[in-house]
Design a binder for this molecule. Sequence first.
Ligand code: CP
Ligand code: NVA
Length: 300
Amino acid sequence: MRHFLTLKDFTATELKQLINRAIELKHIQKSGEIYQPLKNKVLAMIFDKSSTRTRVSFESAMIQFGGGAIFLSPNDTQLGRGEPVEDSARVISSMVDAVMIRTFEHAMVERFAEYSSVPVINALTDDYHPCQLLADMQTYVEHRGSIEGKTVAWIGDGNNMCHSYINAAEQFGFNLNIATPVGYEPKADIVSASTADISLCHDMKTAVKNTDLIVTDVWASMGQEEEQKKREHAFADFQVDNDVMTLANSDALFMHCLPAHRGEEVSADVIDGGQSVVWDEAENRLHAQKALLEFLCVSD
Ligand code: CP
Ligand code: NVA
């Protein structure tokens, strides 16, 4: 049994195969072919934070695959009233075929996985968002081919998305330039654990020069709402606008995991412009997670 808590839970080869499979599954879906490898299977979806894309993509994936999904919010479960994670993991996993969790502390998904009898998928923690990276990598491959040897610029907060880009740089073999305000760098242990070519700086313009993909994210993530004002001040020089895009390679793409704040981390003309692939990126959550569910839940 395998879990998907970070990109490092899979080998580079497995991840590449998963991206290729996601592209195939997208074609199958678009052709109208019915493909139901998860008939009668159930995915439990534990959401301690809000979601649009993650919930809709996982739930649709399970329905289209012939199974079903159960949405569990802390308002309605005993987990939300303090039932231990270990007990919840044993009970929930005894009734379903896989569990997807979106929560705060990364240690919670690790603890759940330890006591779960079925695969556990990390659908975002304070530290990582690996499912989003599957969709991002699929999107890059579809538009530009292999990302190996390319250079990606991460602009903004050294947050969960940034940490998953650090993991992806190693697994998919791209170079990563990270530009953050002082004090908002990615966690040092995650950077130092990576064998990828990663450079950190505090100047967005230096980071984007000659890059193939520019990625940003909100300045205040879920759980940091009370820091919004302070962060608006700290991140004022970190908006990806057209001037920034012109410093990158002429065929560079723009990605954002969404939800986005136009006028903060990205200008409207960039996110709604010709280099932006954010809508494909969002749709690919469905196809990439189908490949992931198939990998984890279908035995050969
Ligand atoms: N990108 C992403 O995970 O979106 P949601 O928060 O809407 O799920
Ligand atoms: N960094 C953001 C990503 C949202 C999908 C957050 O954690 O809120």
